[in-house]
Design a protein around this ligand. Sequence first.
Ligand SMILES: Cc1cc2nc3c(=O)[nH]c(=O)nc-3n(C[C@H](O)[C@H](O)[C@H](O)COP(=O)(O)OP(=O)(O)OC[C@H]3O[C@@H](n4cnc5c(N)ncnc54)[C@H](O)[C@@H]3O)c2cc1C
Length: 549
Amino acid sequence: MGGFNMTTIDVSRRSFIKGGLAGAMGIVAAGSLAACAGSGSKKESSADSTKEQITVEETREADVVVVGLGASGLMAALAAADKGANVIAIDSAQNFEGTTNTHTTGAWMIGSKEQLKHADYLTEQEAFEWIEPGTHYQSNGKVLRNIIRSSAQAANYLIDGGVQLMYAFEGSTKDTPMLSRGGHIYLEEGEGRANNFRDMCAQRSNLETIFNCKAQQLVTDDSGNVTGIICKNGKTETQINAKAVIMCSGGFLANPDMIKELFAGAVLVNQGMGQNDGSGIKMCQEAGAQIGKNFSVSINEMGAANLKASPAYSWAPGRGTNPCFYLPLFGNILVDKRGERFMNEQQMCELTMFSGEPLLRDPYYYTIVDQAYVDRVKSSPVFDFLTAGTKQNMGPALLMGFQDVTLSDFDKSIDEAISQGWAAKADSIEELAKKFDLTDLPETIKAYNDACSKGYDDEFFLPADYMHAINQGPYYVFEYNPGAWVTLGGIKTDGFCRAVNADNDVIKGLYVAGVDGDFWSVPYFQGGSCNGFSLASGVLAGNTASADI
Ligand SMILES: Cc1cc2nc3c(=O)[nH]c(=O)nc-3n(C[C@H](O)[C@H](O)[C@H](O)COP(=O)(O)OP(=O)(O)OC[C@H]3O[C@@H](n4cnc5c(N)ncnc54)[C@H](O)[C@@H]3O)c2cc1C
């Protein structure tokens, strides 16, 4: 089989989106708020004087503390516990359902017990030789190798833990696309998967999970070693002393300041969970850890977004989004705030999830369509504008999501976008340009229309299949911010997820995994590896920490 089972993925993708929205909007079921048992004694934290002084009300002891119970944190906790460590794992979410890892669609993994049943299974060598050149050798090679080696243990935790999976690699050969060869697709989203995760933890008596508990500081000793965390457990400030802290806090998508800083002024609409606020990365930095050098995003392959829109999110068809957010996905011309084109728009259709980098260069980007286009998408599926060749190249999410989508209510959607301030209509391109100060737009449209007449785009080489002249007024402009699922990149580590300082020396007691870790590339490269590598890096960090202590 050449690709994922479309029907199954479709269902799963839609359901995770629902869950993602619920999570992002804070609509999560209230779970029981486990309380830390502890001494109850009050004392000042041992964090150094540059840090906020917190009055600690409880003190606890563990071998390993894991911050975050998402993909990497869950795996880190299981792996460390299975090596015999006493583990306390905390998460600021209310329960497992409030973590992203119960809402993802699929994980790209290597060497699971199900993969090994197949003669042509994806080997560690193939995976390494695929990722290294694919990411232009940007990855931390040592940690990448070790993550690939840890991937089977992570996948087998899911399989043995009863997580319902569909295997995209069934019937695959060496020629099957890599996405399928590593594809472990979740069949259950939300509660069912959360129950599996809860049971997996409950089966280990040396592993305690605490939700609604947010880490606030790392505790360091006089030598700079990390010796624990201070966390807010409900209303109680608790210090957990530990020989190892594994940071798995899931990046900084919910932190606009960090996005601006680390993506050179970018604005991203957060389509993930609100808890990924970069606090873990900041804590590691405060403890002397060196920030990594690669930062990228997994862009929302279902469309654009706009902070002014209500809701700001762009979900798959049928999820209540404004369909005007789909327009950049289908090869429509894209311009920056100067009104100039900046990329080959084909990429948005065929490699949507990986096209985040060009979109991050400006806080806003815009698409322009004319009345002829609007009339066409009202009467026949947007998909019909694509040629057979283009459809074949489309990203699987677009293929699955948009096949039957006709924008019959498009006028209403446009009116809504205009009323929310992220779209405008005008009788001429000159007038349209003024609506968002797109100074060079008239010139850009003229050049583009000339290219359409020639059938050849000598600026960005957009294939003729996608080109359609913009010459029948009135005209429409839509303003977008990129929407993303997650940020990738955080703290620099050695090859085993141990955080390092500015001298590249290991900070004793501090480990980092998941999207906070140091093995991501710009751009994000392999679909599903975000989840797969997060899971595997958690295993690696858990194994390493428990061996070190
Ligand atoms: C809706 C959605 C769907 C996705 N689907 C896919 C997919 O199908 N495939 C894929 O490869 N990737 C997918 N992703 C990307 C996804 O984020 C990663 O796959 C994966 O969850 C990252 O793992 P992580 O452990 O690094 O972070 P997370 O799984 O986000 O876990 C981090 C955890 O840390 C907690 N936390 C943060 N700060 C603190 C703190 N200070 N104290 C305590 N706890 C804290 C958070 O609550 C969170 O639960 C999706 C993302 C979203 C939002």
